[in-house]
Design a protein around this ligand. Structure first.
Ligand SMILES: Cc1ncc(COP(=O)(O)O)c(C=O)c1O
Length: 374
Protein backbone atom coordinates (compact mmCIF):
# COMPACT_ATOMS: atom_id res chain seq x y z
CA UNK A 1 0.00 0.00 0.00
CA UNK A 2 1.34 3.47 -0.78
CA UNK A 3 0.44 6.83 0.70
CA UNK A 4 -2.28 8.96 -0.85
CA UNK A 5 -0.04 11.68 -2.21
CA UNK A 6 -1.70 14.95 -1.19
CA UNK A 7 1.21 16.75 0.49
CA UNK A 8 4.19 18.40 -1.24
CA UNK A 9 6.88 17.58 1.35
CA UNK A 10 10.41 18.75 2.15
CA UNK A 11 12.97 15.99 1.71
CA UNK A 12 13.77 15.93 5.45
CA UNK A 13 13.14 13.21 8.03
CA UNK A 14 12.83 14.63 11.53
CA UNK A 15 14.30 12.21 14.03
CA UNK A 16 14.53 14.27 17.22
CA UNK A 17 13.06 17.48 18.60
CA UNK A 18 13.62 19.65 21.67
CA UNK A 19 12.36 23.14 22.48
CA UNK A 20 12.59 25.28 19.35
CA UNK A 21 14.87 22.85 17.53
CA UNK A 22 14.51 19.69 15.47
CA UNK A 23 17.18 17.35 14.10
CA UNK A 24 17.04 15.27 10.95
CA UNK A 25 18.09 11.63 10.67
CA UNK A 26 21.62 12.73 9.70
CA UNK A 27 22.00 14.82 12.84
CA UNK A 28 21.56 18.26 11.22
CA UNK A 29 19.98 20.78 13.59
CA UNK A 30 17.18 23.12 12.44
CA UNK A 31 15.61 26.13 14.14
CA UNK A 32 11.87 25.55 14.02
CA UNK A 33 9.93 28.77 13.39
CA UNK A 34 6.94 26.89 12.03
CA UNK A 35 6.05 24.33 14.72
CA UNK A 36 4.40 22.03 12.17
CA UNK A 37 1.59 24.49 11.23
CA UNK A 38 1.54 26.49 14.51
CA UNK A 39 1.05 23.39 16.63
CA UNK A 40 4.12 23.40 18.88
CA UNK A 41 3.15 25.92 21.55
CA UNK A 42 5.31 25.14 24.60
CA UNK A 43 8.26 23.65 22.68
CA UNK A 44 9.03 20.18 21.34
CA UNK A 45 9.22 17.31 23.86
CA UNK A 46 8.89 19.70 26.80
CA UNK A 47 9.88 17.70 29.95
CA UNK A 48 6.69 18.50 31.87
CA UNK A 49 4.59 17.52 28.84
CA UNK A 50 6.49 14.26 28.32
CA UNK A 51 6.21 13.40 32.01
CA UNK A 52 2.49 14.16 32.28
CA UNK A 53 1.65 12.17 29.14
CA UNK A 54 3.86 9.25 30.16
CA UNK A 55 2.33 9.14 33.65
CA UNK A 56 -1.17 9.27 32.20
CA UNK A 57 -0.45 6.56 29.63
CA UNK A 58 0.78 4.32 32.40
CA UNK A 59 -2.54 4.80 34.25
CA UNK A 60 -5.26 4.99 31.58
CA UNK A 61 -4.86 6.34 28.05
CA UNK A 62 -8.42 6.28 26.82
CA UNK A 63 -11.97 5.87 27.79
CA UNK A 64 -14.95 7.42 26.01
CA UNK A 65 -17.42 10.05 27.19
CA UNK A 66 -19.62 7.44 28.83
CA UNK A 67 -17.88 7.71 32.21
CA UNK A 68 -16.94 10.60 34.51
CA UNK A 69 -13.57 12.13 33.69
CA UNK A 70 -12.26 14.49 36.36
CA UNK A 71 -9.39 15.36 34.02
CA UNK A 72 -11.89 17.06 31.70
CA UNK A 73 -13.17 19.19 34.57
CA UNK A 74 -9.61 20.04 35.58
CA UNK A 75 -8.87 21.11 32.00
CA UNK A 76 -12.08 23.18 31.78
CA UNK A 77 -11.29 24.96 35.06
CA UNK A 78 -7.72 25.80 34.05
CA UNK A 79 -8.68 26.84 30.51
CA UNK A 80 -11.44 29.06 31.91
CA UNK A 81 -8.94 30.70 34.22
CA UNK A 82 -6.07 31.16 31.75
CA UNK A 83 -8.37 32.37 28.95
CA UNK A 84 -10.28 34.70 31.29
CA UNK A 85 -13.65 33.07 30.43
CA UNK A 86 -14.43 31.23 33.64
CA UNK A 87 -18.19 31.27 33.07
CA UNK A 88 -17.90 29.62 29.63
CA UNK A 89 -18.49 25.89 28.99
CA UNK A 90 -16.07 23.48 27.35
CA UNK A 91 -16.76 20.90 24.64
CA UNK A 92 -13.75 18.82 23.68
CA UNK A 93 -13.07 17.38 20.22
CA UNK A 94 -10.03 16.43 18.13
CA UNK A 95 -9.12 19.08 15.55
CA UNK A 96 -9.68 22.61 14.35
CA UNK A 97 -12.14 21.68 11.61
CA UNK A 98 -14.16 19.67 14.06
CA UNK A 99 -14.18 22.58 16.51
CA UNK A 100 -15.51 24.93 13.83
CA UNK A 101 -18.02 22.36 12.61
CA UNK A 102 -19.40 22.05 16.14
CA UNK A 103 -19.44 25.81 16.68
CA UNK A 104 -21.39 26.48 13.47
CA UNK A 105 -23.79 23.68 14.29
CA UNK A 106 -24.33 24.85 17.87
CA UNK A 107 -25.05 28.38 16.62
CA UNK A 108 -27.67 27.01 14.26
CA UNK A 109 -29.25 24.85 16.96
CA UNK A 110 -29.34 27.95 19.15
CA UNK A 111 -31.12 30.37 16.83
CA UNK A 112 -32.70 27.97 14.36
CA UNK A 113 -31.15 29.79 11.40
CA UNK A 114 -28.97 28.71 8.48
CA UNK A 115 -26.95 31.58 7.07
CA UNK A 116 -23.27 31.76 8.02
CA UNK A 117 -21.19 34.85 7.29
CA UNK A 118 -17.52 34.16 6.56
CA UNK A 119 -14.83 36.36 5.03
CA UNK A 120 -12.66 36.43 1.93
CA UNK A 121 -9.35 34.57 2.36
CA UNK A 122 -10.69 32.72 5.40
CA UNK A 123 -9.63 29.17 6.30
CA UNK A 124 -11.76 27.20 8.74
CA UNK A 125 -10.92 23.57 7.95
CA UNK A 126 -11.68 20.78 5.52
CA UNK A 127 -14.84 19.09 6.83
CA UNK A 128 -18.29 19.77 5.42
CA UNK A 129 -19.46 23.12 6.79
CA UNK A 130 -15.99 24.26 7.88
CA UNK A 131 -14.75 23.88 4.31
CA UNK A 132 -17.90 25.50 2.92
CA UNK A 133 -16.99 28.51 5.09
CA UNK A 134 -13.43 28.45 3.73
CA UNK A 135 -12.67 30.82 0.86
CA UNK A 136 -10.87 28.37 -1.40
CA UNK A 137 -13.03 26.73 -4.09
CA UNK A 138 -10.21 24.25 -4.87
CA UNK A 139 -10.77 22.38 -1.60
CA UNK A 140 -14.57 22.51 -1.63
CA UNK A 141 -15.98 19.33 -3.19
CA UNK A 142 -19.37 19.51 -4.92
CA UNK A 143 -20.95 17.68 -1.98
CA UNK A 144 -19.74 20.43 0.38
CA UNK A 145 -21.30 23.23 -1.64
CA UNK A 146 -24.11 24.94 0.20
CA UNK A 147 -26.08 28.12 -0.27
CA UNK A 148 -25.83 28.69 3.47
CA UNK A 149 -22.49 30.52 3.49
CA UNK A 150 -22.07 34.14 2.41
CA UNK A 151 -18.52 35.47 1.92
CA UNK A 152 -17.95 39.15 2.61
CA UNK A 153 -14.90 41.32 1.96
CA UNK A 154 -12.46 41.48 4.87
CA UNK A 155 -12.91 44.49 7.14
CA UNK A 156 -15.84 45.97 5.16
CA UNK A 157 -18.26 47.23 7.82
CA UNK A 158 -20.80 48.52 5.29
CA UNK A 159 -20.97 45.12 3.55
CA UNK A 160 -21.45 43.48 6.94
CA UNK A 161 -24.32 45.79 7.86
CA UNK A 162 -25.91 45.21 4.48
CA UNK A 163 -25.65 41.41 4.87
CA UNK A 164 -27.44 41.60 8.22
CA UNK A 165 -30.28 43.47 6.48
CA UNK A 166 -30.42 40.92 3.68
CA UNK A 167 -30.15 37.60 5.57
CA UNK A 168 -31.37 35.97 8.75
CA UNK A 169 -27.84 35.44 9.99
CA UNK A 170 -27.16 32.43 12.20
CA UNK A 171 -23.48 33.10 12.84
CA UNK A 172 -20.45 35.12 11.84
CA UNK A 173 -17.17 33.19 11.88
CA UNK A 174 -13.86 35.06 11.82
CA UNK A 175 -10.19 34.37 12.52
CA UNK A 176 -8.75 37.06 14.80
CA UNK A 177 -5.69 36.90 12.57
CA UNK A 178 -6.14 35.11 9.25
CA UNK A 179 -3.41 32.47 9.02
CA UNK A 180 -3.59 30.57 5.73
CA UNK A 181 -4.94 33.78 4.13
CA UNK A 182 -1.60 35.53 4.71
CA UNK A 183 -1.54 36.86 8.32
CA UNK A 184 -4.21 39.55 8.18
CA UNK A 185 -5.08 41.05 11.56
CA UNK A 186 -8.78 41.78 12.16
CA UNK A 187 -9.09 45.33 13.45
CA UNK A 188 -10.57 45.96 16.86
CA UNK A 189 -13.34 48.08 15.34
CA UNK A 190 -14.34 45.32 12.91
CA UNK A 191 -14.58 42.73 15.69
CA UNK A 192 -16.62 45.16 17.78
CA UNK A 193 -18.93 45.75 14.82
CA UNK A 194 -19.49 41.98 14.54
CA UNK A 195 -20.30 41.86 18.26
CA UNK A 196 -22.82 44.72 18.00
CA UNK A 197 -24.54 43.37 14.90
CA UNK A 198 -24.76 39.85 16.35
CA UNK A 199 -26.31 41.28 19.52
CA UNK A 200 -28.81 43.39 17.61
CA UNK A 201 -29.89 40.57 15.29
CA UNK A 202 -29.69 37.51 17.55
CA UNK A 203 -26.75 36.01 15.64
CA UNK A 204 -23.78 34.14 17.11
CA UNK A 205 -20.22 35.53 16.98
CA UNK A 206 -17.78 32.63 16.47
CA UNK A 207 -14.10 33.42 17.05
CA UNK A 208 -11.92 30.96 15.14
CA UNK A 209 -8.86 30.87 17.38
CA UNK A 210 -7.51 27.60 15.98
CA UNK A 211 -4.30 29.20 14.67
CA UNK A 212 -4.23 32.65 16.29
CA UNK A 213 -5.35 31.50 19.75
CA UNK A 214 -3.75 29.85 22.75
CA UNK A 215 -1.49 32.78 23.58
CA UNK A 216 0.18 33.04 20.18
CA UNK A 217 -0.83 36.68 19.63
CA UNK A 218 0.32 37.86 23.06
CA UNK A 219 -3.22 37.52 24.46
CA UNK A 220 -4.92 34.17 25.04
CA UNK A 221 -7.34 34.78 22.14
CA UNK A 222 -6.25 37.36 19.57
CA UNK A 223 -9.92 38.38 19.38
CA UNK A 224 -9.48 39.69 22.96
CA UNK A 225 -7.64 42.75 21.63
CA UNK A 226 -11.09 44.13 20.67
CA UNK A 227 -12.21 44.11 24.31
CA UNK A 228 -15.48 42.25 23.55
CA UNK A 229 -16.37 38.59 24.08
CA UNK A 230 -17.25 36.18 21.30
CA UNK A 231 -20.10 33.72 21.90
CA UNK A 232 -18.01 30.69 20.92
CA UNK A 233 -14.20 30.35 20.65
CA UNK A 234 -12.80 27.48 18.61
CA UNK A 235 -9.31 26.14 19.26
CA UNK A 236 -6.96 23.26 18.42
CA UNK A 237 -3.33 23.45 17.16
CA UNK A 238 -1.37 24.82 20.16
CA UNK A 239 -3.81 23.28 22.63
CA UNK A 240 -2.06 19.89 22.70
CA UNK A 241 1.49 20.82 21.57
CA UNK A 242 1.14 18.05 18.96
CA UNK A 243 -1.38 15.78 20.62
CA UNK A 244 -4.59 15.97 18.54
CA UNK A 245 -7.08 17.91 20.64
CA UNK A 246 -9.56 20.65 19.80
CA UNK A 247 -12.31 22.41 21.70
CA UNK A 248 -14.98 25.03 21.74
CA UNK A 249 -15.44 27.45 24.61
CA UNK A 250 -19.15 28.27 24.82
CA UNK A 251 -20.85 31.30 26.43
CA UNK A 252 -23.24 30.62 29.34
CA UNK A 253 -26.35 31.51 27.30
CA UNK A 254 -26.05 28.25 25.30
CA UNK A 255 -27.87 25.46 27.08
CA UNK A 256 -26.62 21.92 26.48
CA UNK A 257 -28.99 19.13 25.47
CA UNK A 258 -27.92 15.48 25.70
CA UNK A 259 -26.70 14.26 22.32
CA UNK A 260 -26.63 17.66 20.56
CA UNK A 261 -22.83 17.40 20.16
CA UNK A 262 -20.66 14.33 20.54
CA UNK A 263 -17.45 12.51 19.67
CA UNK A 264 -15.79 9.15 20.37
CA UNK A 265 -12.22 10.31 20.92
CA UNK A 266 -12.69 13.91 22.06
CA UNK A 267 -11.63 14.66 25.62
CA UNK A 268 -10.03 11.27 26.32
CA UNK A 269 -7.62 10.88 29.23
CA UNK A 270 -4.43 11.26 27.23
CA UNK A 271 -5.75 14.30 25.34
CA UNK A 272 -6.71 16.00 28.61
CA UNK A 273 -3.28 15.26 30.08
CA UNK A 274 -1.71 16.91 27.03
CA UNK A 275 -4.05 19.91 27.29
CA UNK A 276 -3.30 20.31 30.99
CA UNK A 277 0.47 20.01 30.52
CA UNK A 278 0.32 22.77 27.88
CA UNK A 279 -1.71 25.17 30.02
CA UNK A 280 0.38 24.47 33.13
CA UNK A 281 3.53 25.28 31.17
CA UNK A 282 2.02 28.38 29.58
CA UNK A 283 1.32 29.64 33.12
CA UNK A 284 4.53 28.53 34.86
CA UNK A 285 6.81 29.85 32.08
CA UNK A 286 4.73 32.96 31.34
CA UNK A 287 4.69 32.06 27.68
CA UNK A 288 1.98 34.50 26.64
CA UNK A 289 4.07 37.42 27.88
CA UNK A 290 7.10 35.89 26.13
CA UNK A 291 5.16 35.60 22.85
CA UNK A 292 4.17 39.26 23.15
CA UNK A 293 7.73 40.45 23.90
CA UNK A 294 9.71 38.31 21.44
CA UNK A 295 7.01 38.87 18.81
CA UNK A 296 7.16 42.63 19.23
CA UNK A 297 10.95 42.51 18.92
CA UNK A 298 10.75 40.44 15.74
CA UNK A 299 8.03 42.55 14.14
CA UNK A 300 9.87 45.81 14.86
CA UNK A 301 13.18 44.42 13.62
CA UNK A 302 11.65 42.96 10.46
CA UNK A 303 9.98 46.26 9.57
CA UNK A 304 13.45 47.82 9.36
CA UNK A 305 14.48 45.61 6.41
CA UNK A 306 14.04 47.83 3.35
CA UNK A 307 13.09 45.28 0.65
CA UNK A 308 10.28 43.83 2.78
CA UNK A 309 6.88 44.92 1.45
CA UNK A 310 4.94 44.53 4.69
CA UNK A 311 5.20 42.86 8.09
CA UNK A 312 1.85 41.87 9.60
CA UNK A 313 0.81 40.05 12.73
CA UNK A 314 0.82 40.06 16.49
CA UNK A 315 3.00 38.24 18.99
CA UNK A 316 4.47 35.11 17.46
CA UNK A 317 2.10 34.98 14.49
CA UNK A 318 3.98 36.98 11.90
CA UNK A 319 3.67 37.37 8.13
CA UNK A 320 6.50 38.85 6.09
CA UNK A 321 5.33 39.87 2.64
CA UNK A 322 8.18 39.91 0.15
CA UNK A 323 8.38 41.28 -3.39
CA UNK A 324 8.28 38.62 -6.11
CA UNK A 325 12.01 38.83 -6.84
CA UNK A 326 12.67 37.60 -3.29
CA UNK A 327 10.43 34.55 -3.60
CA UNK A 328 13.47 32.28 -3.14
CA UNK A 329 14.22 33.51 0.40
CA UNK A 330 12.05 31.00 2.27
CA UNK A 331 13.67 28.03 0.54
CA UNK A 332 17.14 29.46 1.21
CA UNK A 333 16.31 29.87 4.90
CA UNK A 334 15.67 26.15 5.06
CA UNK A 335 18.40 24.82 2.78
CA UNK A 336 21.24 27.20 3.71
CA UNK A 337 20.41 28.41 7.22
CA UNK A 338 18.48 25.35 8.46
CA UNK A 339 15.48 27.38 9.58
CA UNK A 340 11.92 26.12 9.12
CA UNK A 341 9.30 28.76 8.28
CA UNK A 342 5.82 28.59 6.79
CA UNK A 343 4.32 30.30 3.77
CA UNK A 344 1.11 31.84 2.53
CA UNK A 345 0.43 32.46 -1.13
CA UNK A 346 1.60 34.28 -3.08
CA UNK A 347 4.71 35.50 -1.27
CA UNK A 348 4.37 35.66 2.48
CA UNK A 349 6.75 33.98 4.93
CA UNK A 350 4.78 32.85 7.98
CA UNK A 351 6.47 32.62 11.38
CA UNK A 352 4.58 30.43 13.85
CA UNK A 353 7.22 29.27 16.34
CA UNK A 354 6.84 27.92 19.84
CA UNK A 355 5.71 30.56 22.35
CA UNK A 356 8.94 29.84 24.22
CA UNK A 357 11.08 31.25 21.38
CA UNK A 358 13.95 33.26 22.84
CA UNK A 359 15.41 36.55 21.70
CA UNK A 360 18.58 34.70 20.74
CA UNK A 361 16.55 32.47 18.39
CA UNK A 362 14.91 35.59 16.97
CA UNK A 363 18.36 37.12 16.37
CA UNK A 364 19.55 33.96 14.63
CA UNK A 365 16.59 34.23 12.25
CA UNK A 366 17.05 37.99 11.70
CA UNK A 367 20.69 37.49 10.79
CA UNK A 368 19.92 34.71 8.32
CA UNK A 369 17.02 36.68 6.85
CA UNK A 370 19.21 39.79 6.47
CA UNK A 371 21.91 37.76 4.70
CA UNK A 372 19.38 36.38 2.20
CA UNK A 373 17.86 39.81 1.51
CA UNK A 374 21.31 41.04 0.51
C1 LIG B 1 -7.84 29.26 11.39
C2 LIG B 1 -7.96 27.79 11.20
N1 LIG B 1 -9.12 27.17 11.45
C3 LIG B 1 -9.26 25.85 11.31
C4 LIG B 1 -8.22 25.05 10.88
C5 LIG B 1 -8.42 23.57 10.73
O1 LIG B 1 -7.73 22.89 11.71
P1 LIG B 1 -7.40 21.32 11.55
O2 LIG B 1 -6.39 21.18 10.48
O3 LIG B 1 -6.91 20.92 12.92
O4 LIG B 1 -8.69 20.66 11.21
C6 LIG B 1 -6.98 25.65 10.61
C7 LIG B 1 -5.84 24.83 10.14
O5 LIG B 1 -4.90 25.32 9.58
C8 LIG B 1 -6.85 27.05 10.77
O6 LIG B 1 -5.69 27.68 10.50
Amino acid sequence: MKLFDVYPVNDIVIAKALGSHVWDDKGTQYLDLYGGHAVISIGHTHPHYVQRLTDQLNKVGFYSNSVKMPLQEELAALLGKVSGKEDYQLFLCNSGAEANENALKLASFYNGRKTVIAFKKSFHGRTSLAVAATDNPKIVAPVNETGNVVFLPWEDEAALEQAFQQYEVSSVIIEGIQGVGGINVASESFLRKIRTLCDTHGAVYIADAVQCGYGRSGKFYSHDFAGVNADIYTMAKGMGNGFPIGAISIAPKFLPVYGMLGTTFGGNHLACAAGLAVLETIVSEQLIANAAAVGEYLITSLRAFAPVKEVRGRGLMIGIELPEELAHVRKALLSKHKIFTGEAKPNVIRLLPSLALTRAHADQFLEAFGTELK
